[in-house]
Structure formats: structure tokens, C-alpha cells
Write a protein that binds this ligand. Structure first.
Ligand code: SF4
Length: 234
């Protein structure tokens, strides 16, 4: 598939549930398709090609949706949003955020085969535009069942923009994060750690949060999970 179309699973208004802008009123644009297949993915419907639940937009159509939104903050999520030329959607007067699995570098040309074998390609994004985005870089730990894209993480750690978000299930995952941080000499200020799960009980683990605090990382609530569980469009 080429780069001139944007396949969008859903567009909705909510609050950002996680990371350094948690609680902020935002317009979410959830793109269809992902290059990974994480075992605990809560948006598996974005993987599907023939489900008929996604809509095709031109660049102009999607820019108009963004311009017409009363929200100042626009979140590109997925699926994996970096499959698309996000820089071309940047309009003045809005703040853009991107939630990426970190296995694709936006400033590089992309030509990739997705899990179903189909090909996806786009040209490199303009660094002068994307360096102003709030990048939420979310490498997948071994609990996702995915191979770790270490060669892609390093370039992200060398950039001055973006935060790193890890979703953990237990102390073992926390130790895995600590090893990565040490290996890449990453600033703990840029690390946000949230708890895996799809209902409020999974988010209320004070003992695990104590361990996150004592490790020197930021804790990320997952407000959408606490408020609405796994409800789609929230
Ligand atoms: S990277 Fe995100 S959207 Fe893709 S499979 Fe993993 S959790 Fe799901």
C-alpha cells in the first residue's frame, strides 16, 4: 500500500489516559494496521484488513478533521501510526502527540511487510516538523511475546524529544526495564511506567507502584482503563 492514503480505525474525543499529558482533553485518531502482534494488545481490531471497520482518508480530509476539532491536543495512535506520513497532517495551532511501539523510525523511509504479508511503504517524515511532536515511545517488553527491536530503540534514546512508556505486569518486567535504561544510559526523567490490564483492579497495585517509585521512574496512571475498562472509543 502507498503513502498517500490514511486508513483510520476510529476518531473520538477523550482524555489522554497515560504518560506526560495524562488527563488532557484530546482528539484521538486511531490508525488501522500494526507491524506487531502483541499478545495482550487491546486494539487487535486494528490488525484486520477485511473487517470493514476502518475508513480511508486523503491527507486533505484528515487535516480538515484536525482543523475542525475543538481540541488543541491531537493524539495519533493505533495500530501503529508511524506507518503513515504524520508530518503531513501537522496544522498550525494544534499540539500533536504520537503513541508508537518504537519499532519504526519516522525519520527513515519505510518499506515493511505486515503480519498478514501485505506491504506498506512511505517516505521519510520531515524531522523539522516531527521534532515538535510529543512522542510517546513504547517499546514492547518480553511480556508482549514480540521480539525486541533493540536496533530501533537506540536511535530513539539518542534523540532529545519524546518520553518512554513501558507497561509492566510484575517486578520481573520492572527489572527488564531497569536493565534497558542502564544499557542505553537513559534519563529516568523520560521513563513512565504503567500497569498492564483492562479493568480498574489491575491498576490498583500500590506495592508495585512503590517499587516503580523506589526505582526512580515516573508512574503513569492509565486513566481510561480505570474509568472505562476496555471500552472501545475511550
Ligand atoms: S504495538 Fe500496540 S497496536 Fe500493535 S500489536 Fe502491540 S499493542 Fe497492539
Amino acid at each position: 500500500m502507498g503513502m498517500d492514503k490514511y486508513f483510520v480505525s476510529e476518531i473520538f474525543r477523550s482524555i489522554q489516559g497515560e504518560g506526560n499529558y495524562a488527563g488532557v482533553n484530546c482528539l484521538f485518531i486511531r490508525f488501522q494496521f500494526c507491524n506487531l502482534t502483541c499478545s495482550w494488545c487491546d486494539t487487535k481490531y486494528t490488525w484486520l484488513r477485511k473487517s470493514g471497520t476502518f475508513k480511508e482518508y486523503s491527507k486533505e480530509e484528515l487535516r480538515k478533521v484536525i482543523e475542525d476539532s475543538p481540541c488543541h491536543h491531537i493524539i495519533f495512535t493505533g495500530g501503529e501510526p508511524t506507518l503513515y506520513r504524520l508530518d503531513e497532517l501537522a496544522v498550525t495551532g494544534k499540539k500533536f502527540h504520537v503513541e508508537t511501539n518504537s519499532s519504526i523510525l519516522p525519520w527513515e523511509l519505510l518499506n515493511i511487510n505486515l503480519a498478514d504479508g501485505s506491504n506498506f511503504s512511505r517516505s521519510a517524515m520531515d524531522m523539522n516538523i516531527i521534532k515538535h511532536f510529543n512522542w510517546v515511545i513504547s517499546p514492547k517488553l518480553s511480556n508482549s511475546g514480540q521480539s525486541f527491536h533493540e536496533n530501533k530503540l537506540k536511535p530513539w534514546t539518542e534523540k532529545e524529544f519524546g518520553i518512554f512508556k513501558f507497561i509492566i505486569t510484575d517486578e520481573n518486567d520492572l527489572n527488564e526495564v531497569s536493565k534497558l535504561i542502564e544499557k542505553y544510559n537513559m534519563s529516568k526523567d523520560r521513563i513512565y511506567i504503567g500497569l498492564e490490564g483492562t479493568n480498574i483492579n489491575t491498576q490498583l497495585k500500590p506495592e508495585l507502584v512503590d517499587k516503580i517509585i523506589n526505582s526512580g521512574f515516573n508512574f503513569s496512571p492509565r486513566l481510561h482503563v480505570m474509568l472505562w475498562g476496555a471500552t472501545k472509543g475511550k
